[in-house]
Structure formats: C-alpha cells, structure tokens
Design a protein around this ligand. Structure first.
Ligand code: NDP
Length: 255
C-alpha cells in the first residue's frame, strides 16, 4: 500500500470519526477539565499532560512533510508547514505554560492516549497534504483570494482564541482551582470564544490551503467543539444564578 493510499484511507477515517464524535458528543461530554467527574487511575499533571498529548502533531507533521517526498522545497508548501508548526508549537509548549497552570485539572491516561493518536494522525494528514497538493506548487497561490481571505481569517481566529484563553487564565489566583464567570472580550457575547476563535482559525486554513486534509480537520474541530460549547454554556447557566442572560453559547447573537 502506498503512502498516498494510506493518506486517502486515513482521511476517510477522520471524516467518519468526526461524524461519530459529533453525534456522540450530544449524549456524552469528553471527560476532561470540568467535565471530568471521576478520578482516572493514571493521571498526568496539566502541564506535562498537554505537552504529551499535543506535541505528536508537531513531530508527525514535520516528519511526514520532510520524508514523504512531494513538493516539500516549494515556497507555498513551506509557508503552510511553517504556519502549521507555529500553531502546534504554541499549542504544545506555550499554551500549557501561559494558560494551563498547576491549578488546572489533571489529564487522565485515556485523554493522553486519545490525544497522541489523534494528533499523530492529524499531523500526518496535513503534513502530507501540504507537500503533495499540486495547486500549492504554484507560487501565484499566494496572491489568490483563497490564500488572502483564509490567512486573514486565521489571524482573526488566533487573536480571538489567544485573548479568550488569557482571560480564563487570569480568573484564578494562586492556589485557586474553582470556576468563575469570564468577562470581557468576546465573553460579552458568548460562553466559549476560545472555541469560536479555534473554529475560525481552522476555517481560515481550510480556505487558504484548499486541501481535503485541512477541510477534514475543520470538520473534526466543529464536531468536537460545537457540542462541547453547548454543554459548557448549559453548565455555566446551571452553576451561576447571575450568569448573563443575553450571552449565547458559541455564535454571537445566534446560538
Ligand atoms: P477550557 O476553556 O476548558 O480551559 C482552558 C483553561 O482555562 C483550563 O486551564 C481551565 O481549567 C481554565 N478555565 C476554563 N474555564 C474557566 C473558568 N470559568 N474559571 C476559571 N478557569 C477556567 O479549554 P480546553 O481545555 O477545552 O481547550 C484549550 C484550548 O485548546 C482552547 O484554545 C481550545 O480552543 C483548544 N482546543 C482545540 C481543539 C480542536 O479540536 N481543535 C479541541 C480542544 C481544545 P480546568 O482545566 O481546571 O478546567
């Protein structure tokens, strides 16, 4: 079986898995953070847990991009792999230091195992796609409306995501492990602007790169975060009597 065929099969797998994730998430909220009710047998401290589960994406994308052949010395694929690696360097190493702290919830072994498998798969799919997409060999792609609009959306999404996560981080003082009502930024309008920003960011990548892998990752992100956002919104409304009535779950003024 060639690498191209493996890539194709894993892409279908990710699409099927996204559909299962979306449907099951309405009945069952992935048990991490506040939704983790039972203590796991084996647990990792939040900082090392995040690094362990997110960093495989960084390594899988780099290895696949450089060793799978294709057009990995062309300008546009190189730009995309740099964008991808910058995000995953932030998510794997800076996010745990800047946002997650020792007061955050510990991460269970099942969460780590799932994260390692999913992130390795996602890194492989997107690293391979950047190196092998024919349309990305043409440098004029950088001036196409797809690239310009997509990158603009990515910048907006990343800014919303980072700002929202920073607001969460500042809610807790030293030794504080409880939850408070987040305020400011897009929290004026929705309960989970960090997820909203994440979805805009990957919508941007799907438009900018126009690869099936970036679209599959966007669909997975929506399937994963959308039901979680609704569960989070309900959780806030039940926990805090004074939770702002006008605040929506994930789409400002709509839902
Ligand atoms: P959360 O919003 O659940 O938590 C982020 C951090 O803030 C945690 O340390 C959490 O503590 C703390 N926190 C959250 N709410 C409060 C509050 N009300 N009061 C005090 N502290 C709070 O984010 P996730 O962990 O789900 O996600 C982290 C990042 O990863 C986000 O930027 C998200 O967009 C991204 N992500 C992307 C996914 C994708 O599919 N692309 C999937 C999942 C996440 P504690 O741990 O104690 O709950």
């Amino acid at each position: 079986m060639s690498l191209a065929e493996i890539h194709q099969d894993l892409l279908y797998f990710l699409l099927g898995f996204s559909a299962i994730t979306f449907i099951s998430s309405f009945f069952f909220t992935t048990p991490y953070g506040r939704h983790k009710e039972k203590k796991s047998l084996v647990e990792f401290p939040p900082l090392s847990g995040w690094i362990l589960l997110e960093s495989p994406c960084l390594f899988a994308a780099a290895l696949t991009f450089y060793f799978s052949g294709g057009n990995n010395t062309a300008l546009v694929p190189l730009i995309f792999i740099c964008i991808w690696q910058t995000h995953y360097f932030y998510r794997s190493f800076l996010f745990p230091i800047l946002v997650v702290n020792k007061n955050s919830k510990r991460v269970g072994l099942s969460g780590i195992a799932f994260g390692i498998v999913f992130n390795s798969l996602n890194g492989f799919l997107n690293g391979y796609a950047f190196a092998h997409a024919e349309h990305l060999t043409d440098p004029s792609w950088l001036t196409s409306p797809f690239f310009i609009v997509g990158i603009a959306l990515m910048v907006i999404g990343v800014s919303i995501n980072i700002q929202s996560d920073r607001i969460l981080k500042n809610l807790r003082g030293p030794g504080d492990t409880g939850y408070k009502i987040p305020r400011g930024g897009l929290y004026r309008y929705i309960s989970v602007p960090n997820y909203f920003g994440e979805i805009i960011e990957w919508t941007g990548l799907a438009i900018a790169a126009c690869t099936p892998a970036s679209l599959a990752f966007l669909l997975f992100t929506i399937a994963n975060l959308f039901p979680r956002a609704l569960a989070r919104h309900k959780w806030y409304q039940e926990k805090f009597e004074d939770y702002p009535k006008e605040r929506k779950a994930i789409i400002p003024f709509v839902l």
